[in-house]
Write a protein that binds this ligand. Structure first.
Ligand code: 5AD
Ligand code: FES
Length: 359
């Protein structure tokens, strides 16, 4: 496929919905090939590694799908001490990852000042790119962390349907409600690279909604887009079958591996320059090949886990998460081999979002 035909490739709402409903293997093979060609033309063959450190599983929120929700009293909670986080960042440096991602539940026990000092230490001691994924925080906190050296922020908007969003994300009492879209715009104006994403197949998500999610990625000009299948967690309202809104079963987007590949491939076509991970959730529903197939159908990033093994099982967003028993070194070896097995290279350097105009 030439660059010219890629440029002309434009997806409107109806054609995104039609692709999401497509079942014909030959047509789908065409979608995978297009997504892979657009990935290669715009972000190349390098697969960048982002070392994930799950720094705390405390969470103040009650998201209807997530195992870390405050109401899940059966989960033992942890917050990593500063020195352990720094040690993981040094592991990232040793493993030649270009980026560390610091992720947690929405944990107000993580104070703005403490986080800023952790970021400063990582920047001074390792020089790595720092991505934060700490939930909804104030503009003042985001500005402080940016000044401390954080480069990127991930905040999935989870669904572009405002009614579905409200149903599954109860507001936090005592804190002003702000849409995640607004927060993503604030992140962009603070100079962060901004990342977002959605789950595929949340109960109540229709094909139309999922198509709009992809159009929303494009409208926001996101630098990073994470997409994984929804995986039911029994200790949550959605997992128990509650908080469902009645929709026609023919309209429900299924939370399957195939639907996730379609969403990843279409996102690549809609956002050719974005950094798109092949997610852990995808690797969880297909341990044998999920990572590789994600990378072959539009993705260009993987996020090896760097969290100390003693905490891994406690970061249980959903059950049977991939990599809970592997060490950081094992994840590195595993992912490196998987990337090479499909003829791709390991990305060097921070792997920031490249814009056409930078070239
Ligand atoms: N299944 C799949 N993904 C989930 N996440 C949260 N709960 C689940 C679940 N049950 C995703 C959300 C969140 C990210 C960190 O994990 O999209 O933004
Ligand atoms: Fe962790 Fe494969 S990436 S074991």
């Amino acid at each position: 496929m030439t660059n010219e035909t890629l440029e002309k490739y434009d997806l409107d709402h109806a054609s995104i919905v039609a692709w999401l409903r497509e079942e014909d293997p030959a047509r789908l093979a065409e979608l995978w090939a297009r997504a892979d060609a657009v990935r290669k033309a715009h972000v190349g063959d390098a697969v960048h590694l982002r070392g994930l450190i799950e720094i705390s599983n405390h969470c103040a929120r009650e998201c209807g799908y997530c195992g870390l929700r405050a109401g899940n009293r059966d989960l033992e909670r942890y917050r990593m001490p500063e020195d352990e986080i720094i040690a993981c960042a040094h592991d990232a440096k040793t493993y030649q990852y270009g980026t560390v991602v610091l992720q947690s539940g929405e944990d107000y026990g993580i104070t703005a000042e403490w986080m800023a000092s952790v970021i400063r230490r990582i920047k001074t001691e390792t020089g790595l790119a720092v991505t934060l994924s700490l939930g909804e925080r104030t503009d003042e906190e985001l500005a402080l962390w940016r000044e401390a050296g954080a480069n990127r922020y991930l905040l999935r908007f989870e669904t572009s349907d405002p009614d579905l969003y409200r149903l599954i994300h109860p507001p936090l009492k005592g804190r002003p409600e702000r849409s995640r879209i607004e927060m993503l715009r604030a992140l962009q104006s603070l100079g962060y690279e901004a990342g977002s994403g959605v789950m595929v197949g949340i109960p109540g998500q229709t094909y139309e909604t999922l198509a709009r999610d992809i159009e929303t990625f494009r409208g926001l000009d996101l630098d990073m887009i994470g997409i994984g299948p929804y995986i039911s967690h029994p200790a949550t309202p959605l997992g128990e079958g509650a908080w469902r809104r009645p929709i026609d079963e023919h309209d429900q987007a299924p939370n399957t591996e195939l639907m996730t590949y379609k969403a990843v491939a279409l996102t690549r076509l809609a956002c050719p320059e974005a950094n798109i991970p092949s997610t852990t959730a995808l690797a969880t529903i297909n341990t044998a090949q999920g990572r590789e197939l994600g990378l072959m159908r539009g993705a260009n990033i993987v996020m090896p886990n760097l969290t100390p093994v003693k905490y891994r099982a406690l970061y249980e967003i959903y059950p049977a998460k991939a990599c809970i028993n592997e060490t950081s070194g094992e994840c590195r070896t595993c992912l490196t081999a998987r990337i090479r097995s499909i003829g791709r290279e390991i990305g060097q350097g921070p792997g920031e979002r490249k814009r056409r105009s930078d070239a």
